[in-house]
Design a protein around this ligand. Structure first.
Ligand code: SF4
Length: 390
């Protein structure tokens, strides 16, 4: 097993502070200083462009990780579901999220759907939106539905901000998020090219910061980070290149991510903080912006377990494996995550047919013990190095 280079980096230190700040003080400072209101959303996809165009600050939430003791949150849920709704409820009930004017719960699974209903009951004075997306990808059917959903969303955002979402404002927001996507892709590309230069734990924290910061500030942060790492003398190690999948919603604690790296894995692609890369290419900035957003979702969004595309299971992962010159796959999903764990056997079967090595494990966002997973990942990494080419 190898060790990971953990040279401190001022940009990443700031990202880690944002990650640990469950009370969202950056958001509070923004709203206090400018009067700009903020609107929260859960994983995975939410059209931030519309939120931004209405003048609100979009704020992405991914649970509380291992940073918050759950006292009240457990009382709202049965024991055999994932952890993220518990910590989100705990954050809400303990006042951490009172700087948000509302919350959106994108369609992803029954747990999130139920959470959206509970949120309405718990916080009746705040806007609470269940954002549904089509499972029919015909532009005349699912596309038509999504355009109407997006328009309604714009009206609801405008009611909070007091500012209408004009086509002009939405085009400008789309252009800004196109630039953001471009820089996110550059960060991921650089990590894949030189994973020793852009350690996954740093990239992850950098992406998490992008859920909180204003998009312009985050673009500048990514630029500065990429420039800075080029000057650092970080040396490559004898690690195995792996793609990680299954963690698109509840996230592993940062300690677990660091443990995977320390176990000898160069994670060269993953599905953490997926919203930043959900739309795979630039969205047009002319014509009807609602139609453009809907088209991007239908035609250019990632494959994921919560999209009904049975004929495509495993294909995106295989492509990602090839493009990133990976040697193996880590199936890494939250315990009780129905979408990830129902897909897993189908995709594993596909991987076996393709001769792609993999190993699988589960975690919870508040997992405190990493040793077993670290040993498993370390053994997998060693076996890829020893027999990967055989
Ligand atoms: S972790 Fe999985 S089951 Fe839990 S809310 Fe997210 S998608 Fe749903």
């Amino acid at each position: 097993m190898s060790t990971v280079q953990t040279m401190s980096h001022p940009i990443i230190e700031r990202c880690e502070q944002l990650y640990e700040d469950l009370s969202l003080n950056y958001v509070r400072d923004q709203t206090n200083a400018t009067g700009r209101k903020a609107f929260g959303f859960m994983p995975v996809y939410f059209p931030r462009e519309i939120v931004y165009a209405s003048g609100l600050l979009p704020v992405g939430l991914m649970g509380a990780g291992d940073l918050l003791e759950i006292i009240k949150g457990d009382a709202y849920f049965q024991s055999y579901i994932c952890h993220i709704p518990r910590s989100t409820v705990e954050m809400g009930l303990s006042g951490h999220l009172d700087c948000l004017s509302g919350m959106a719960f994108p369609a992803i699974c029954d747990v999130i759907r139920n959470l959206s209903g509970m949120w309405k009951i718990m916080f009746p004075q705040k806007e609470s939106i269940y954002f549904d997306v089509p499972q029919n990808f015909d532009p005349q059917i699912g596309g038509h539905y999504l355009v109407e959903e997006l328009k309604q969303l714009a009206v609801r955002m405008s009611k909070i901000s007091g500012k209408p979402v004009t086509h002009e404002a939405l085009h400008a927001a789309i252009a800004l998020y196109n630039t953001h996507r471009e820089w996110v892709m550059k960060c991921y590309a650089q990590r894949s090219k030189k994973p020793w230069e852009v350690p996954t734990s740093e990239l992850y924290l950098l992406m998490r910061a992008g859920l909180i910061l204003d998009v312009q500030e985050h673009i500048e942060m990514m630029k500065a980070y990429l420039e800075s790492v080029a000057d650092l003398d970080r040396k490559p190690m004898d690690n195995a290149r792996v793609v990680l999948t299954g963690s698109f919603c509840e996230q592993p604690p940062i300690g677990l991510i660091r443990s995977l790296e320390r176990a000898g894995c160069y994670i060269v692609d993953d599905d953490w903080v997926l919203i930043h890369r959900w739309i795979k290419q630039a969205i047009p900035t002319q014509g009807d912006p609602f139609q453009n957003l809907a088209d991007a979702y239908l035609k250019h969004s990632m494959d994921a377990p919560f999209k009904y595309q049975p004929e495509r299971k495993g294909h995106q992962l295989k492509q990602c494996f090839i493009e990133n010159r990976a040697a193996g796959v880590l199936f890494c999903a939250p315990s009780f995550c129905d979408p990830a764990l129902l897909d897993r056997p189908m995709i594993q079967k596909f991987m076996e047919a393709e001769g792609i090595p993999y190993t699988s494990f589960k975690y919870a966002e508040n997992t405190g013990q990493y040793q077993v997973i670290k040993e498993q990942a370390g053994t997998f990494s060693d076996s890829l190095k020893l027999w990967g080419e055989a």
